[in-house]
Write a protein that binds this ligand. Sequence first.
Ligand code: DGJ
Length: 337
Amino acid sequence: MKYYLLFLFILSYSFLQAQNQKVFMPGEIWKDANGDPVNAHGGGLLYHNGTYYWYGEIKKGKTWRVEYVTSWEDYRVNAGGVSCYSSKDLLNWRFEGVALKPNTADSAHDLHTSKVIERPKVIYNEKTKKFVMWMHVDSEDYGYSRSGVAVSDKPSGPFTYVGSVRPNGAMARDMTVFRDDDGKAYHFYSSENNATMHVCLLSEDYLSHTTTEKRILINQSREAPAVFKFNGKYYLISSGCTGWSPNPASYAVAGQILGEWTEYDNPCAGPGADTTYGAQSTYVQPVMGKKNAFIFLADRWNKLDLEDSRYVWLPMVIKNGKPVIEWRGQWDLSVFK
Ligand code: DGJ
């Protein structure tokens, strides 16, 4: 009886612990079910079998500036690999572990702690039954400019690193992947030294690039791409290129993903819109079970202490074909109809 009561107590305590986040609080410290700050920067979500998974950069420890890089403020932390969290309600997140480990032994390895691992995104391949993670891998001066790929049988990993590529020979930095309704997947990446975005169709197993690609936002110097689809149209939200400092977002729309993209102005409205509320886009997540309901995910970077960078998640709807994002200090999913 005593043990039974103790068991019940532990069970209800862990349940309460795990369910304590009631509202989104953009820019505040966001704790996971263990009470630790979520460490998943430049992240992306995957919805799989009723669960949301959040993958992001692990930024831990000291931030420093790479002194020999003088043309921009190259602040960095040791590459910490990629974390994975899971959630049923998008508010309460359980740490699933380090989905992709950094390499601590071989300084030439793409994932060595001395390198850069950014903006991991995971998609599921129905044919191969594999979870495929693409990420930006780089040298500390960002001159390597490649895309890395890793694969796993389970959403929470562990992911096995396959290798890196300059897609069809082109530089690739900030990136995202988008899986379309027909199962085809596309890689969006800032290329040509960040001047022009590329969209490239991935192979059927999602592990490599085909030669089917398109240059978009030509010479617009856009990065931090976040892609979604609504009413048969493709949307791409991106930021300007100002290092870790925030700038205005903009969006582009296309009827065909490899077709013509028309560029528009800032989807953010109200005070703070000119700096994307002090943040930079990383992903757009449709809210499952609702129509015209999206979450705009952004990072509020703290360049002097990158580990303390915060998450700015805001509701987004499409009004008359235009994505609309407004600041809210606190909100929940009831904002959507
Ligand atoms: C902006 C990018 O979007 C980030 O992912 C990171 O690469 C920083 N630049 C580095 O300054």
